[in-house]
Design a binder for this molecule. Structure first.
Ligand code: ZN
Ligand code: ZN
Length: 403
């Protein structure tokens, strides 16, 4: 029975700085060995000229057309934070912010409050019910969190309370004329004022004020999205899959499509993530899954920071876990969800390098894994929607067309 490890290094694709991309500059003997023994190419995740977001790109790469299955990021963040969602629940991305006495948002990150303090404050917002809907707020990392409204008769068609660029706190408004949208906006507005009342009275905020740090005295919400159940990857493609990731978004995508999302100690979704323990978890998960999806976020973060050296260092760290993965005997696909060039500090249209290795891979003349070499590989230039057919082929699950 064939197995496959799909490694997605977030935002890995780049363009040269002083003649070299980070992949070209990095010392990565193990990854290059996989390129030499495998087959390479370039992948346009959504086609030429389209700049992928991480959420839509992951759906696409995992065989879920985002035009059908993308409902907004809040749903994935909520699932990734461990909240069980039911059909029709509405989820938001949210964060602690600071408002003054006239409800002006003076800091929409509440002074980048620490995870520990934010978690403590989050506890005071538990167990709420407003107008018959259950309201669940869960703090995740630093000032960030997710907000879920659970119940019947809700709608995602409402505006944000988060003013994004500061200024007065916004009132959520229904974006259509339905009762559901009006009701949902009302509930969100009531929750927002209630969060201000509860948090303002919290002793931790009195302490923050005394220390001269901005109190985290409001929960801001944005990007309402509705949960609708999707077919599982097992049902759709006949493969059992596990997800090894640190970031809530990626765990959420895994959960959404019915992967077993593993809790891996040290997998943080940040630059100090423990790649070694993630590789070990992937190795173990292969025993009872066809596919293991291994996500690494930090490559994207270094891209957004414009940190060339940091990105090179991260690639070299990733290189060091390759022997563990190669030894499993599983097929390996190494690629990215989009490019985040350090020179641009944001996602770009540039196609991403892709590498496939394993016993069903034919091979080519590429000897190094980088954006320039991969352009000459045997996989050629593909689109993201072709990745799942490649995965199925390597797993021996592709179907014959005709007889
Ligand atoms: Zn990404
Ligand atoms: Zn990014």
């Amino acid at each position: 029975m064939e197995k496959l490890i799909l490694i997605i290094c977030d935002g890995l694709g780049d363009i040269p700085v002083n003649g070299k991309t980070p992949l070209q500059a990095a010392r990565k003997p193990h990854i290059d060995a996989l390129a030499r023994d495998g087959e390479c190419g370039l992948m346009h995740v959504f086609g030429m000229g389209i700049i992928p977001g991480s959420d839509t790109a992951h759906l696409q790469l995992l065989g879920y057309d985002p035009f059908l299955f993308y409902k907004g990021r809040g749903v994935f963040e909520a699932l990734g934070a461990g909240i069980a969602l039911g059909e029709g629940d509405v989820a938001f991305r949210s964060n602690f912010g600071t408002v003054d006495g006239r409800m002006n948002v003076t800091d929409r990150r509440a002074g980048r409050i620490s995870t520990e303090e934010a978690r403590e404050l989050g506890k005071s917002l538990r167990g709420m019910k407003i107008d018959g809907a259950e309201v669940i707020f869960r703090q995740t990392v630093e000032h960030r969190g997710v907000l879920v409204l659970k119940g019947k008769g809700l709608s995602p068609n409402i505006s944000d309370t988060d003013p994004h660029d500061g200024g007065p706190l916004l009132k959520a408004r229904p974006l259509d004329k339905t009762r559901e949208a009006k009701r949902t906006a009302d509930i969100l507005n009531k929750f927002t004022m209630l969060s201000n009342k509860i948090l303002s009275a919290h002793p931790l905020n009195s302490k923050r004020k005394k220390e001269g740090t901005p109190p985290a005295n409001i929960v801001l919400a944005r990007g309402a999205s509705v949960f609708e159940r999707a077919p599982t990857i097992k049902g759709l493609y006949g493969i059992s899959a596990a997800c090894v990731a640190g970031g809530a978004l990626y765990k959420g995508v895994g959960k959404y499509i019915g992967m077993d999302v593993l809790d891996v100690k040290g997998a943080t979704g940040t630059k100090d993530t423990n790649l070694f323990s993630k590789a070990k978890a992937a190795e173990k998960a292969l025993k009872n899954h066809d596919l293991v999806f291994l996500h690494i976020k930090a490559t994207d973060s270094f891209g957004h920071d414009g940190d060339f050296k940091g990105r090179v260092g991260m690639i070299e760290k990733i290189d060091r876990i390759m022997p563990i993965l190669r030894k499993t005997g599983a097929h390996i696909i190494l690629t990215a969800d989009h490019s985040t060039p350090v020179a641009l500090k944001k996602h770009s249209f540039h196609p991403v390098p892709i590498l496939a290795y394993g016993k069903l891979v034919r091979g080519d003349n590429v000897k190094k894994f980088d954006e320039i070499e991969c352009a000459m590989g045997g996989i050629g230039h593909i689109e993201g929607r072709e990745l799942m057919p490649l995965i199925l082929s390597l797993l021996g699950k592709a179907k014959m067309f005709g007889t």
